[in-house]
Design a protein around this ligand. Structure first.
Ligand code: GLU
Length: 451
């Protein structure tokens, strides 16, 4: 590995010792950049790597909120604004008990490259809270969101930072935060948040965007392999918004999602999650707040595997982890390889541990696609929402879908070409890192040494 990269990784590990997820991601991204950094001495001369691994600004704030019994709770809020070199900060807000500084920093770092890959003018950020939305009443969610926005509003705005949703934060939460934003700032400025309802400036097609985009990316991979999507059987993890979009698009294209997972285990539906009734039921499961995938097995009479992950499932052609980070470790990766699966398409952010990812990429017959490219459809449609807001326009779903398709194909083809250019073959992981990094690094070099 390039000595400059090694030095920066070692330094990040030393400075951020309490943040394992952040260190893991920095190592994953930087270690694939050697050929690029070798070819560009100006990156080291301008301390580009040192600057890129340090967020431009980090805010952490207190979120007091009252539950329905009048008891006051305090959660912690975060916004890590990683890079605005190519546009205003952009990235989701995550509400989950697992949220901490390490998780938000790794997500913000990844987001910078993901957002650069979209080719749209957006920088990278991530935010959230350790608040657990499961089991909370609507009023509690509303009070929490209002308090969250009180802590955040000074740091965002259409030309500064445009947060959106992520795990545990969907259209409802964005609506409550937007209402609070209007009250606190006295301005409409609807580009301050994306993922809004189309009634007040949201884009058509945002709920579908991440899942549909992931399947469009998969189609480009299959095309590259002279393969087709019809009849393919896909093992998915998760059952939230992204998994819903993936199931919907797969069904439209004649493929089948056959597993879903939750914190309680996984279900296997050999006939596929492809009827309208089954796909709609995923929305009901999510809205119930029970966070249990077993409900699907009970409703449709399919097998439920308590406490297990779907990665050892037989009769599967494609793997798409859509749940959360580190869902596939070495033990799970070995099961995937033992089942001779050819396509490993990451969808959730960092669903694979570094050792498992390396192991999967070493398999000669396996194609690995990285989440920062595959799930970039969500943030792309968010950026289109910002464009529509600034123009006071509304594009119909068909128009947005056309853009999404084009962007996802561009991300795949650009990553494949970059990896080829640096002699790495069809390496989509390295290719995505190279394209994202190159854009941000070159923008930084051209903007001088001040920031
Ligand atoms: N949370 C999504 C992501 O990680 C969407 C972000 C956005 O729309 O800004 O890309």
């Amino acid at each position: 590995m390039n000595a400059y990269i090694e030095r920066v990784i070692a330094d990040v590990r030393k400075k951020n010792a309490g943040e394992p997820e952040f260190c893991q991601t920095v190592e994953e991204v930087l270690s694939s950049l050697s050929p690029l950094v070798d070819a560009h001495p100006e990156y080291e001369e301008n301390a580009i790597l040192e600057r890129m691994v340090e967020p431009e600004r980090t805010v952490m704030f207190r979120i007091p909120w009252e539950d329905d019994k009048g008891v006051l709770h305090v959660n912690r809020g975060y916004r890590v604004q990683f890079s605005s070199a190519v546009g205003p900060y952009k990235g989701g807000i995550r509400f989950a008990p697992s949220v901490n500084m390490s998780i938000i920093k790794f997500l913000g770092f990844e987001q910078t490259f993901k957002d650069a890959l979209t080719t749209l003018p957006i920088g990278g950020a991530k935010g959230g809270s350790d608040f657990d939305p499961n089991g909370k009443s609507d009023k509690e969610i509303q009070r929490f969101c209002q308090s969250f926005m009180e802590g955040l509003y000074k740091f965002i705005g259409p030309d500064v930072d445009c947060p959106a949703g992520d795990l545990g934060c969907g259209g409802r939460e964005i609506g409550y935060m937007f209402g609070a934003w209007r009250r606190l700032t006295g301005s409409y400025a609807n580009g301050a948040l994306s993922g809004k309802d189309p009634l007040f400036g949201g884009s058509a097609f945002r709920p579908e965007a991440t899942g549909f985009g992931a399947v469009y990316y998969l189609q480009s991979v299959l095309e590259h392999e002279h393969d087709t999507i019809e009849g393919k059987r896909v093992a998915l993890a998760g059952f939230g918004n992204v998994a819903w979009g993936v199931c919907t698009k797969l069904a439209q294209l004649g493929a089948k999602a056959v597993t879903l997972s939750g914190p309680d285990g996984y279900i296997y539906d050999p006939d596929g999650i492809c009827t309208k009734e089954k796909i709609d039921y995923m929305l009901e499961m999510r809205a119930s707040g029970r966070n249990k995938v077993q409900d699907y097995a009970d409703k449709f009479g399919v097998q439920f595997f308590p406490g297990q992950k779907p990665w050892g499932q037989k009769d599967v052609d494609i793997i798409m982890p859509c749940a959360t980070q580190n869902d596939v470790d070495m033990e799970q990766a070995k099961k995937i390889v033992a089942n001779h699966i050819k396509y490993y398409i990451e969808v959730a952010n960092m669903p694979t541990t570094n050792d498992a990812l390396r192991f999967l990429m070493e398999q000669k017959d396996m194609i690995v696609a990285p989440s920062k490219a595959v799930n970039a459809g969500g943030v792309s449609v968010s950026a289109l929402e910002m464009s529509q807001n600034s123009e006071r326009l509304f594009w119909d779903g068909e128009e947005v879908d056309k853009w999404l398709h084009k962007i996802m194909k561009g991300i795949h083809d650009g990553s494949a070409a970059a990896a080829e250019k640096y002699g790495l073959g069809y390496n989509l992981v390295a290719g995505a890192n190279i394209v994202g990094f190159e854009k941000v690094a070159n923008a930084m070099v051209k903007q001088g040494r001040a920031f």
